[in-house]
Design a protein around this ligand. Structure first.
Ligand code: ZN
Length: 276
């Protein structure tokens, strides 16, 4: 692979920094909170996350889109959110009627990206942020939709989602470039057929975190590469699996460099095509 050597060289330098302890303090997460203007902003956080995980920046019902003069394109498939099922109860002490949520049912929604029609305000900020991401064209070339959700303390900073064998979406809850690079490396690792672990496994997580760090260093963004944050992340997974964190990095270095190399190569090819 064309960029493998450069990725490995960068990886070795990062590993040396890990070993000597000469890494800066981890960067604080910059939670994304700018999604208040969208239609789904009043939904539960979980439902908003479901919209993002499907790669959409907003969602409504089929008829809901028609009401704002947008039409769901033929052949588009709906996804489901949790709709509360409510009932009215009569409070015998106060004599008042109260609405009570007694459960949830699946409700079909379509993402704005599945519709055509009148432009709507409220999604510009998300779009601007997504458009500003380096290497966005790589995800687009691989047919991966990229979107954001409102991040918060204690929840995942980002997601890479597949449906069956297909990579579908990357959703970001923070504006830190390291998280974007991490998810993109997951996508490359998946594309190479190397991502076989399910859930949050130390092996795939080390590939993504170390890979994201290498990638941003190669792009000349050493601060955003957040070596300190990467080291904290790798250590956490290694310690939970009872393995040495440096050994964890060394063990997956080859697989990591393959993923980084694929991203750089794809970016190079896209740039070449764009330049013609
Ligand atoms: Zn991950």
């Amino acid at each position: 692979m064309k960029f493998y050597g450069k990725a490995e060289e960068t990886g070795q330098t990062i590993l040396q920094a890990f070993q000597s302890g000469s890494v800066p303090a981890a960067l604080a997460p910059l939670f994304i909170t700018g999604n208040q203007e969208r239609y789904c902003a009043c939904w539960s956080w979980l439902n908003q996350l479901l919209v993002a995980l499907h790669g959409y920046s907003d969602a409504r019902t089929y008829n809901g889109w028609q009401e704002v003069k947008r039409q769901v394109r033929k052949g588009e498939k709906a996804f489901c959110i949790f709709e509360p099922v409510r009932t009215t109860v009569h409070d015998t002490t106060t004599g008042e009627e109260r609405m009570l949520v007694i459960g949830y049912k699946a409700g079909a929604r379509f993402g704005i990206e599945q519709t055509d029609g009148e432009p709507l305000p409220g999604n510009e900020e998300t779009q601007r942020f997504v458009d500003s991401l380096p290497l966005l064209t790589v995800a687009q070339t691989w047919g991966i939709r990229v979107t954001t959700y409102n991040g918060r303390e204690g929840s995942a900073h980002g997601y890479f989602r597949t449906v069956g064998e297909e990579a579908e979406a990357i959703a970001l809850g923070v504006a830190n470039l390291s998280t974007w690079a991490h998810e993109l490396v997951h996508a490359a690792d998946h594309r190479l057929g190397n991502l076989k672990e399910t859930g949050q496994h130390w092996r795939s997580e080390t590939v993504a975190e170390l890979g994201g760090c290498i990638l941003l260093h190669m792009l000349g963004r050493p601060t955003e590469a957040d070596s300190g944050g990467a080291w904290e992340y790798v250590k956490r997974y290694a310690q939970n699996a009872d393995i040495d964190p440096l050994n964890a990095c060394v063990e997956v270095l080859n697989r990591t460099c393959q993923a980084v190399s694929l991203i750089m190569q794809t970016a190079g090819e896209v740039t070449t095509v764009e330049a013609i």
